[in-house]
Design a protein around this ligand. Sequence first.
Ligand code: P6P
Length: 332
Amino acid sequence: MTIMKTLGQFIIEKQADFPYAKGELSRLLRDIGIAAKVVNREVNKAGLADILGESGHVNIQGEGQKKLDVYADEQFMRALSSGGECCVFASEEQDEAVYLNSTVSKDAKYIVCIDPLDGSSNIDVNVSVGTIFSIYRRKSTEGEATLSDILQKGIHQVAAGYIIYGSSTMLVYTTGKGVNGFTLDPSIGEFCLSHPNIIIPEKGNIYSINEGNYVKFPQGIKDYIKYCQIEDVATRRPYVSRYIGSMVADIHRNLLKGGIFLYPTTSSHPQGKLRLLYECNPIAFIVEQAGGKATTGYERILDILPRELHQRCSAIMGSREMVEKVEDFLRP
Ligand code: P6P
């Protein structure tokens, strides 16, 4: 009989990996897990409740905010501000970072960058969506945290993860010692360890890219797409094209099966479309911890020093050999 291990039990067990840990990060991860269960409940009944559709607001990205976007943002901010371990909450849905200086959070050491509901354009058509989060320790040691505490390189993340609200709801995270996946068991309301020590296959035959942008891609990306489509038995080509348009879903599939996810620069998004702090950095940390590679096509994503909160970057992430092949095509 397999021993069931809940997220909470796992977090506490792994806390021993950090000798000086006093439980703050464990409590922070627990708070995220709680908010994820609340969001999951609403996502699962979205079709029934009056929670579909547009909220009528537009976020800083100029994107129409869905009602569930706003709801998810509120739930994570509420859980983190009441949990007392988070001093700054930087969200895709908030123009500016939220500095949680309440009495509960006055000694908080952690910063959370989050995309509360990624892929939200898919919500109304019942396609998987996700939450992506990234956790840093503040660098400053006194006074209130500042923007420079948030704008840290991805290599300084202490933890990162995503929740995928799909055919089942899973929470996948890393604290820098491997990647583990937990599936929500609705009958007991607990995330249970279902995918221990996730390793992405070195090679894969799935490529995920929005080929509708073909004419806007750099030539090297166009050449790589054609490479994927050429028949070659030895390299299992032509590859399989799979693109959901929900980053968490595309990444999760490629993480388990092997493959590559590409959101390169385009003529309409010369910096790339995806956001560095709460999409690319956390996913890059997970992909690298699972043995894969995550670059912009030219440099390691985790080495980028952010200049601004909602900075964008291009993303080529997945099975190491596949990412390196794209880099070859992009090399002058
Ligand atoms: P496109 C969703 O809006 C998102 O941020 C990611 O989840 C997804 O991978 C990407 O944008 C899809 O963008 O331009 O292909 O629709």
